[in-house]
Design a protein around this ligand. Structure first.
Ligand SMILES: Cc1cc2nc3c(=O)[nH]c(=O)nc-3n(C[C@H](O)[C@H](O)[C@H](O)COP(=O)(O)OP(=O)(O)OC[C@H]3O[C@@H](n4cnc5c(N)ncnc54)[C@H](O)[C@@H]3O)c2cc1C
Length: 426
């Protein structure tokens, strides 16, 4: 069976679903192919940063997030494992109305996006369809070969978008060279039933220790805990009690919260990978999200960046359609607009991996000094927060800022908000 459309998107994850919706809202014909049999049900990172909130607002879905499923959070305390506070970051520093993070219950935002897509463009989202290969006319990509419940399906399209995650088959079929780096550490993530119900985020760093706790609605707490890659089964063999005891040594005052983990079904494992690709575009094709540039979760931006790619690519599709030009040169405008922020975030996240994940006492000492400087220095604290919030494209620190951050130089502007702060209101 052969179908025709203008844009075919492989993958209905964080980026693909937003691209499908953004194109549907522009009245452009698109099909979104998803290998899973329905919307995702598992546990994932569920923090919407300010840039993600802006995107959802532009798509008209932010206000549709059910109030009972979301929790706005403003304060995040960074602490040394053991409990000492190092630095507090307050999202209220950011320009309103996006001056908070939003922690959602699992998949809430994603399901709302998928529903909006289905209502704007009925039958454009196809579950149970697996990408198998590309259709080509010479060098140009002109569609995809797929499999739908065991039956072959071909779809011809002017643009094929690989939104199929870090291990992208579309990227492979395009023969785009990619460096895929698997980090030595991944994360055990969990949704705890927390009778105490935290209101503020906590983030503990120690020697090879990272434990994060984010308050969710309905007296739930979203937790992530760094473990060596491939050791989830060993952690489970150790038992729930042993795991909760490890967390209690990090902060005994949270013992009651940790007791909210009573079953392994509350947990999942999140591997961490980074993807760097030579290009994100080819004649008739583009990559978005993790397929183009997966990043370490320290950036707290994986899903946001996939959504930002989707919005940026959707912007140029009407012009490509009008001109009939789907060449790599025409699509490169999308890549040019997105590369700076992605590159900055990948680097920032890797610096954080070096200093935060480390067991090296010197690196841990420098890390703690930087946190303590940030606690006193409003200008530098704003810069780091704006990067994590997805509101800047350039690195938060210059060379001089780095020297100030480790305490080697005084900062005469420490009490001042950076001049670029109001410009980031977006
Ligand atoms: C457990 C976990 C926790 C995370 N926490 C956070 C967080 O707190 N904040 C954050 O910003 N990011 C987080 N991330 C990262 C974030 O989820 C990703 O960066 C983001 O989802 C990337 O979006 P994407 O569309 O590129 O890929 P994905 O969301 O991975 O979507 C890819 C889609 O493609 C589909 N697919 C793959 N192959 C095929 C094929 N051959 N045919 C058809 N369909 C296919 C997959 O089924 C999937 O639905 C987390 C990731 C995980 C796994």
């Amino acid at each position: 069976m052969t179908e025709q459309t203008d844009v075919v998107i492989v993958g209905a994850g964080g980026g693909g679903a937003v691209l499908g919706l953004a194109l549907a809202k522009k009245g452009i014909r698109a099909l979104v192919l998803e290998q899973a049999s329905g919307p995702p049900g598992g546990l994932r990172g569920e923090i919407l940063q300010p840039n993600g909130q802006q995107i959802l607002n532009r798509l008209g879905v932010l206000s549709r997030l059910p109030a009972e499923a979301i929790k706005p959070v403003q304060l995040f305390h960074f602490c040394r494992a053991g409990g000492t506070r190092l630095c507090t970051v307050d999202y209220a520093m950011l320009p309103p109305p996006y001056n908070r993070a939003i922690v959602t219950l699992p998949n809430v935002a994603h399901h709302i996006i998928l529903q909006a897509l289905e209502s704007h463009a009925p039958r454009s989202l196809r579950y149970g369809v697996r990408f198998k290969g590309l259709l080509r006319d010479g060098r140009r990509v002109v569609g995809v070969a797929a499999e739908c419940r065991g039956k072959p399906l071909t779809i011809s399209a002017k643009l094929v978008v690989g939104a199929d995650g870090a291990f992208s088959k579309v990227r492979e079929a395009l023969a785009i060279p990619a460096q895929l780096h698997r980090y030595r550490e991944g994360y055990l993530i969990a949704m705890l039933d927390d009778t105490d119900g935290l209101d503020e985020g906590r983030y503990f760093v120690g020697r090879r220790t990272i434990l994060g706790l984010f308050p969710a609605t309905g007296r739930k707490t979203y937790l992530f805990y760094m473990i060596p890659a491939g050791t989830m089964e060993r952690v489970k063999d150790g038992g729930l009690l042993a795991l909760r005891e490890q967390w209690c040594t990090i902060d005994p005052s949270l013992e009651k919260t940790f007791h909210g983990l009573t079953d392994w079904s509350q947990t999942a494992y999140m591997p961490a990978a980074r993807v760097k690709t030579a290009t994100w575009v080819a004649d008739g094709a583009a990559l978005i999200g993790d397929a183009a540039h997966a990043m370490n979760p320290h950036a707290s931006q994986g899903r946001m960046q996939a959504m930002a790619d989707a919005m940026s690519l959707a912007e140029i599709v009407p012009t490509c359609l009008e001109r009939g030009d789907w060449s790599a040169a025409a699509l490169a405008q999308f890549e040019r607009s997105r590369r700076p922020q992605v590159t900055m975030l990948q680097r920032l996240a890797d610096e954080q991996v070096l200093f935060w994940n480390s067991g090296n006492p010197l690196l841990a000492y420098l890390r703690d000094r930087v946190f303590k400087t940030l606690d006193r220095n409003q200008r530098l604290r704003y810069r780091v927060l704006a990067a994590t919030a997805g509101l800047r494209d350039t690195p938060p620190f210059s060379l001089l800022d780095r020297l100030m951050a480790v305490g080697l130089l005084p900062d005469p502007r420490a009490d001042r908000m950076p001049p670029d702060a109001s410009a980031q209101a977006g």
